[in-house]
Design a protein around this ligand. Sequence first.
Ligand SMILES: N[C@@H](CCC(=O)N[C@@H](CS)C(=O)NCC(=O)O)C(=O)O
Length: 223
Amino acid sequence: MELIVGNIAFSTWSLRPWLVLKRCGAEFTLTEVQLYGPGYKEELARVSPSGKVPLLKVDGETIWDSMAISVFAAERYPQVRLWPADAHARWLARSVACEMHSSFMGLRSDCGMGPDAQGVVHTMVGPDRAPPPTSEAVADDVRRLVEIIRTMRGRFGADGPYLFGEWSVPDAFLTPVATRFRHYQINLAAHGDVDGVAATYVAELLQQPDFLEWTELAVTVRP
Ligand SMILES: N[C@@H](CCC(=O)N[C@@H](CS)C(=O)NCC(=O)O)C(=O)O
């Protein structure tokens, strides 16, 4: 299998299937496509039916979209249990992952990763930090995410440090958000995280071994 991703330093969509496939113990090669440089659209068009990454090449097919790759992985590696075993937890885990997949436009646009209009490159992996955004759209998104994290941790978090206790797909989908919170220095306590439950969870995501490996790749694959 080959996983084709965007820039490891800042392609938030690409990080998700990497985390999912690593969790499965899958064997795959990694190809990095440099986004946003001259001619990158043409290069993407050659490999990607949607003109976007991530992509997974497997068994003669190209699966595009991070959610579709995660669904494939859950089928291919059922023993790994990528979704919670408890049915109620599973229904809600899928709701969280799908909401993450389709929403939070305030965060995506005002806490962007990659080059901004001034040419500053914001990354998921480096020590650099940016000033916290002040828009109401971001505040609304952060409040909703804090609510999700606190609710799921409170209901299902007893068996481990992740959203539903043991690691599951929503943790992969929330890890890029954790990097946005870190990079843009967002104070979760000011958005409803009264006792630090969400902040503790976010810190856990940022120290997942597979995420730390991704961080290393950003340094070694591309200087
Ligand atoms: N729904 C897609 C979104 C993919 C996406 O937007 N990828 C970005 C990379 S971070 C991309 O390929 N951007 C290139 C472009 O839009 O030109 C997924 O989850 O895989």
